[in-house]
Design a protein around this ligand. Structure first.
Ligand SMILES: [Zn+2]
Length: 445
């Protein structure tokens, strides 16, 4: 009997590779695991190099099972999207640890799994979406100018999988339609033609998505969304569908307090295992209580990192209230991304500022050594200072809070604007209650 979810969770905890709980997965991580004979147990699995990247790194595939139904999985075709790579390596470890279990053998008698846990090692090495030619492999399905794209196309042609899983990460700023919540997992059964028709194999991909979501409904309720299915002949999922393969796109998303996306990694593992089970049993046809088409859509740019809601501003011209959204950019810089009525925008952190009023804050002139620990910084903020001038080298920085130096980019240019780093104070009854230091929110008790 296929185990219940609580048992699968326990088996997952033993199979999960702890060292992969980190922000990025590199080619070396994959190489190291696949080179380990205990990890890829050759009586039970095989591995092969199916091609090489533009810079000559091997692209490896692990094959497990001896059934007639072929299933292909690939991850990290976008080099900066590593979550599913960790999940696929967990899955391989899981097969190895559970190979004596009858229910797993029953499945692996029916299916053969072809697992490519990193299609774009050059992009993974450089932490870029594209390969080393600078080409997005998922826009190369028609032109086939990348060695990695050619490898994937050859796997479609040689393996002729019944199902294929195209595994990605999506931006943390997607929200679920009609909510302000992040999308933890997004799905798509891509179209194979411009009419977006639903031949039997595409319908099977939709049913399979419904089946896995139905198995995990307690866990995934209100956390998942689906992509719009506009046909893109340059994308590999669409190519797969046009070749008669039932293709499932899974996008790992973000959630609160999970910067390494370990929750999405675990959900990938569980979704893939349930899918493999359904394909082996052909039971995806029997799911009645869940409909792919009823999934909410994945809404792009629906979230930001921080929103300050309803901040009151008094100027010589008028008094008004405004919502301000702030997004982290590269290198820890945070900028104002939107201003105005942001009811439709959610955030990972929200400050309700309806009782607060904006104050630009003053500049503290440094002319003697200062040990700037949190207490000292808070007392400066309470006294209305949020920037520094003078001899900044005299500051002994004892917190990780930003030190904003003037003259500098954060100097208030009369008022704030989109794409500026936000630094100001927020007052209640003329007392400083909160501060923004280049986008970092400090709430004073
Ligand atoms: Zn991607």
């Amino acid at each position: 009997m296929f185990p219940e979810n609580n048992v699968l969770e326990q088996l997952y905890s033993s199979a999960r590779i702890a060292q992969l709980d980190k922000p990025h997965v590199f080619p070396q991580d994959v190489l190291e695991h696949l080179a380990d004979p205990f990890f890829v147990d050759t009586d039970f699995m095989s591995k092969q190099v199916v091609g090489h990247s533009y810079l000559g790194q091997p692209i490896q595939m692990v094959t497990v099972g001896k059934g007639n139904i072929a299933i292909l999985f690939w991850s990290q075709m976008h080099g900066d999207e590593p979550t599913a790579t960790a999940a696929l390596l967990d899955l391989i470890q899981f097969f190895q640890q559970n190979k004596i279990r009858p229910w797993l053998n029953e499945i692996l008698d029916k299916v053969t799994l072809h697992i490519v846990p990193m299609l774009n090692p050059d992009g993974a090495q450089q932490q870029t979406r594209e390969n080393a030619q600078g080409i997005d492999i998922n826009r190369d399905a028609a032109a086939l100018q990348t060695p990695e794209g050619k490898v994937l196309k050859s796997l479609f042609d040689n393996i002729k999988p019944l199902f294929a899983f195209n595994l990605h990460d999506q931006s943390k700023y997607y929200r679920i339609e009609d909510t302000l919540k992040p999308v933890e997992m997004a799905f798509l059964a891509p179209a194979g033609d411009a009419q977006e028709s639903i031949p039997e194999h595409r319908c099977n991909a939709m049913k399979l998505i419904a089946a896995m979501l139905s198995d995990m409904s307690d866990e995934l309720f209100a956390k998942v969304a689906k992509y719009q299915d506009s046909y893109s002949p340059r994308a590999f999922g669409d190519l797969a569908c046009s070749q008669g393969i039932a293709c499932v796109l899974i996008e790992s998303g973000a959630t609160f307090n999970d910067s390494n996306r370990q929750n999405a990694r675990r959900l990938n593992f569980l979704c893939l295992l349930h899918s493999i089970h359904h394909i082996a049993e052909q039971s995806y046809n029997k799911v009645l209580d869940f409909d792919y088409n009823s999934l909410p859509f994945n809404i792009e740019n629906g979230l930001s990192d921080l929103i300050i809601r309803g901040l009151n501003v008094d100027t010589v011209n008028a008094s008004f209230s405004v919502d301000v959204a702030i997004k982290q950019q590269h290198q820890k810089l945070a900028l104002i991304s939107e201003l105005g009525d942001l009811q439709q925008l959610g955030a990972y952190e929200v400050l309700n500022a309806h009782n607060f009023s904006y104050a630009p804050g003053n500049t503290f002139e440094v002319n003697q050594p200062i040990d700037l620990n949190k207490d000292k910084y808070i007392s400066l903020l309470r006294n209305g200072f949020c920037r520094f001038s003078g001899d900044i080298s005299l500051i002994n920085q004892l917190t990780d809070w930003p030190i904003i130096k003037v003259p500098g980019e954060s100097e208030p240019a009369g008022f704030w604007r989109k794409n500026m780093p936000p630094t100001w104070l927020m007052l209640f009854n003329d007392q400083v209650k909160a501060a923004l230091l280049e986008g970092k929110l400090i709430v004073l008790e």
